[in-house]
Design a protein around this ligand. Structure first.
Ligand SMILES: [Zn+2]
Length: 151
C-alpha cells in the first residue's frame, strides 16, 4: 500500500513514513495535475484536504482518502484505521526522503551521534540518500503507544 499526501498534509506524511508506509510528499512546485499523474503512475492512494483535487482524482478512478480534520491523531486513524500494523516496519523508512533505511554497524557511527545515544543503543540504521542516522530510542516506544491508542 502506497500513499501520496498533498502539500497541506506534511505531518501526516511524516507519520506514515514513521510507520513504514511508502509515502510521496510533493515539493511546492508540483501542481494538482502532477500529483494526479504520480498517484496514477505509481498506484498511490491520494490523500488530500482539497475537495476539488479529491473530486478530480475520483473522476479519474484513482483511490482517494479525503481528510477533513486538522487533528493529526484523527488523520492517522482515518488513513490507517483498518490496516494491520507491522511493527517490524516501524522506522524502516527515512522520515525526510522516504528511502528505506539500511542497518549500519555500531562502530561505523562512533562520533556521529551524541555519546549518550551511542552508549544506550546497540542497533542503528542510516539513510543512504541523506545520511541521516536512526535509532530506536524512547520515541520508538512512544510510537507503539500511539499505534495502540489508535486501534
Ligand atoms: Zn533520507
Amino acid at each position: 500500500m502506497k500513499f501520496l499526501c498533498d502539500q497541506m498534509l506534511g505531518t501526516l506524511a511524516k507519520w506514515l513514513r514513521i510507520y513504514g508506509f511508502d509515502t510521496f510528499y510533493p515539493n511546492s512546485e508540483m501542481n494538482d495535475a502532477k500529483l494526479l499523474e504520480i498517484s496514477k503512475n505509481e498506484n498511490r492512494i491520494l490523500i488530500s484536504r482539497d475537495k476539488r483535487l479529491i473530486q478530480t482524482a475520483r473522476r479519474e478512478n484513482l483511490k482517494t482518502i479525503e481528510i477533513k480534520t486538522t487533528d493529526i491523531d484523527e488523520q492517522i486513524s482515518i488513513v490507517l484505521g483498518d490496516i494491520e500494523m507491522d511493527k517490524k516496519k516501524v522506522l524502516s523508512r527515512c522520515i525526510l526522503c522516504n528511502t528505506e533505511v539500511d542497518v549500519i554497524s555500531k562502530k561505523d557511527i562512533e562520533g556521529k551521534v551524541p555519546e549518550r545515544i551511542y552508549n544506550n543503543n546497540e542497533k542503528f540504521w542510516f539513510c543512504k540518500k541523506c545520511n541521516k542516522i536512526y535509532w530506536r530510542g524512547s520515541h520508538y516506544e512512544k510510537m507503539f503507544e500511539k499505534i495502540n491508542n489508535l486501534s
